[in-house]
Design a protein around this ligand. Structure first.
Ligand SMILES: O=C(O)/C=C/C(=O)CC(=O)CC(=O)O
Ligand code: CA
Ligand code: MG
Length: 404
């Protein structure tokens, strides 16, 4: 990979291997606009594109990524190629440099209009653990689990950008010791460390998207925390699945990593047995070697390995459309909680504390089963980039506020 005229520290986040898209504003110019993270800077994408006279300037110069996402794979490739050229060819420096702002001086916004939101359940380790905890008298995995990527429809209107405070949800729960449900703030508030995918290119109702067409439809990848009130969830979820226990907030990281940045992170997914139906098979590998870290009040509590996910995002996309459901620009789907086989690789407190029975002892001397008011959770991730480089996802963070 060529060097940038920007002196990029190879150990610092957001080198040329990532070039993620987001939406930012500054104190001097509070209008949200598209940007690209590069080292300690954000490049004002629309302003830079206009300055160099790029043909796609109008498409990228919006208050959100919506127009770029809708423009499709050829434009995504063209913009990414141009960005690399602008930041490496000294001939572009004079036009581009004035449109760099300090990254720690910007406010980051939700970068696109969230259309539909689906959450999957694709980690065998997570699904087995949750099955053991919620349904101890049954087989951990339901009979359908290895035949299709299980999911549910979430609430797109409560998808919020990293840094948004999360008010503890209130609702019905039924402790096993009580004869009837009680009403009040959740006492089992949890996180779920997940990876999110956003659709750029839509598909018409009545058609299907094949596993191998993943990269033509999915614009980018980001981190997602599916906040979950386990007590509300456990009481409400039979027989229709998660509802109010998960609809109060879902946090997403502000930087959208283009699918093209993940070429060196692609790996074979774990072997699938039984072999899935033909519509869930593809010729290209779409396992992704993303390495997540979950921090609670600054302490690492888990390192979930995304490469072990049983179902890939490409299979999830094919499944989501196999019945003829359309895709819209801005549709978000989440992988499901990412958990590995080791205790230190579990992506939620439900598993990490085995439903509160085995509290976590944090290095600051405190103990946690579920989240307390004031707790802050941060999820970060990296992936291998080409030629020994690294792809950075940044972070999704959120702090718990008391119930209202
Ligand atoms: O098995 C259940 O009843 C519940 C599962 C979940 O809470 C997990 C969920 O939201 C999907 C996931 O993140 O893997
Ligand atoms: Ca989830
Ligand atoms: Mg949620």
């Amino acid at each position: 990979m060529p060097d940038s005229w920007l002196d990029l520290d190879p150990d610092a986040p957001f080198g040329l291997a990532t070039l993620p898209y987001g939406v930012f504003s500054t104190a001097a110019d509070p209008a949200p606009r598209t940007g690209v993270a590069v080292g300690a800077h954000v490049l004002d994408l629309g302003a830079a594109a206009r300055a160099v006279g790029a043909p796609f300037a109008d498409t990228v110069a919006g208050p959100s990524l919506d127009a770029l996402m809708a423009a499709g794979r050829p434009v995504w490739d063209q913009v990414r190629e141009a960005l690399t050229a602008w930041l490496t060819d000294p001939a572009h420096e004079a036009a581009v440099r004035p449109h760099l702002v300090e990254r720690d001086a910007v406010t980051l916004h939700l970068p696109f209009t969230v259309a539909d939101y689906v959450d999957f359940y694709a980690s065998e380790h997570h699904a087995s653990n949750v099955g053991r905890i919620f349904r101890p008298e049954q087989e951990p995995l339901t009979p359908n689990w290895r035949h299709l990527p299980i999911g549910y429809h979430g609430r797109s209107g409560t998808v919020v950008v990293s840094g948004t405070d999360i008010v503890r949800p209130t609702g019905q729960r039924k402790p096993p010791t009580e004869p009837a449900p009680v009403f009040g703030p959740s006492v089992r508030l949890d996180i779920e460390a997940e990876v999110g995918f956003v659709v750029g290119t839509p598909s018409p109702m009545g058609s299907r998207v094949a596993v191998d067409d993943f990269a033509d439809h999915v614009f980018g990848v980001f981190l997602l925390n599916d906040w979950s009130a386990r007590d509300l969830q456990a009481w409400e979820y039979v027989p229709l699945g998660p509802f109010l226990g998960k609809s109060f907030a879902t946090s997403v990281s502000p930087w959208i990593v283009p699918v093209a940045a993940l070429s060196a992170a692609r790996v074979e997914q774990p072997a699938q047995d039984p072999e899935p139906l033909p519509y869930l098979r593809g010729a290209q590998p779409w396992g992704l070697d993303l390495r997540l870290e979950v921090r609670l009040n600054g302490h690492v509590v888990s390192r979930p390995p995304f490469e072990l996910m049983y179902w890939t995002a490409a299979q999830q996309l094919a499944h989501m459309t196999v019945n003829g459901a359309s895709l819209r620009t801005g549709d978000v789907y989440a992988s499901g909680t990412v958990s590995g086989p080791e205790a230190g690789q579990r992506g939620c407190l439900l598993e990490l504390t085995w439903s509160g029975k085995e509290p976590l002892h944090l290095p600051d001397g405190t103990e946690r089963t579920f989240l307390e008011d004031g707790d802050e959770v941060t999820i970060t991730a990296t992936a291998p980039g080409p030629d020994g480089t690294r792809v950075d996802f940044g972070e999704v963070a959120g702090r718990v506020l008391p119930a209202r």
